[in-house]
Design a protein around this ligand. Structure first.
Ligand code: DGL
Length: 271
């Protein structure tokens, strides 16, 4: 039985589009409804309790607006602190991006140190070291918060001197034996070329988007939730400044996004 309901996806802003793109590529028949909480971005500098509350607001909004059949938390900061509360509250399956990100890092790692770049909240939560060690990583994990990268991406400032200097500064003093760097924030893959250029060639640079899409694919198949044709419709929602998401998302998703295709919504604040 095909399930026509969409997949719900949220992030604090445009970063989750990196995951949305991977989902659309792997699952071209699935409908999606994406919520960027642009009124409250960034999440990475906020407390775990606040991020959990925001995540619950976003999830309820997606359930109400989109009648979703599964939720992908396309935000590492929210995945690090809010998955238990989301799973306890929602009746649909919930996937985060940290375990897939850790899997991608492990697949690339050749025995050296894994470096996790993320928001302050993700680093503080220690969710990556926990996930990596639970998956069998025996080496070191070194985490670094890169708080200026999220506003750069939200502004669409993805190339040139300013991102280059900021990235170089954040990558200073990494452990000498680093062989894998995981982009532990869904905004960072938008800066991949800048990060790549600042790292030695021998270092693998990975993120969890494709692994998250594969996990969703398996989950939909296992629970009989997959959709068949015809070509699906997608929705993009934001809590503020739709023109900003339209501007950055078109280029990134590889399909033009008209400004009036991005809908403004209020998140549901109620329990
Ligand atoms: N893109 C999100 C993440 O993966 C949140 C970034 C932020 O809002 O600080 O952590």
């Amino acid at each position: 039985m095909a399930d026509d309901r969409p997949i719900g996806v949220f992030d604090s802003g445009v970063g989750g589009l990196t995951v949305l793109r991977a989902l659309r590529e792997l699952l071209p028949l699935e409908r999606t409804v994406y919520l960027g909480d642009t009124a409250r971005v960034p999440y990475g500098t906020r407390s775990a309790a606040t991020v959990e509350k925001y995540a619950l607001n976003n999830a309820r909004t997606l359930v109400q607006e989109g009648d979703i059949k599964a939720l992908v938390v396309a935000c590492n900061t929210a995945s690090a602190v809010a998955l238990p509360a989301l799973r306890a509250t929602l009746s649909v399956p919930v996937l985060g991006v940290i375990e897939p990100g850790a899997r991608a890092a492990l697949a690339a790692c050749r025995g050296g140190t894994i470096v996790v770049l993320g928001t302050a909240g993700t680093v503080r939560s220690e969710a990556y070291p926990r996930a990596l060690h639970a998956l069998g990583h025996r080496g070191e994990v070194f985490a670094r918060a890169c708080p200026l990268l999220v506003p750069l991406v939200e502004e669409g400032w993805l190339a040139g001197e300013v991102p280059r200097l900021v990235v170089e500064q954040y990558l200073q003093g990494l452990p000498a034996d680093v062989d894998t760097v995981v982009m532990g924030c869904t905004h960072y893959p938008l800066l991949r070329p800048v990060l790549r250029a600042a790292l030695p060639e021998r270092v693998a640079l990975v993120d969890g988007a494709a692994a998250t899409a594969r996990e969703l694919h398996a989950l939909l198949a296992e629970r009989g939730l997959a959709r068949g044709g015809p070509a699906p419709a997608h929705r993009l929602l934001v809590t503020d400044a739709p023109e900003q998401l339209a501007r950055v998302s078109g280029a990134f998703l590889g399909v033009p996004v008209a400004q009036d295709a991005v809908e403004l919504v209020d998140v549901l604040m109620t329990a």
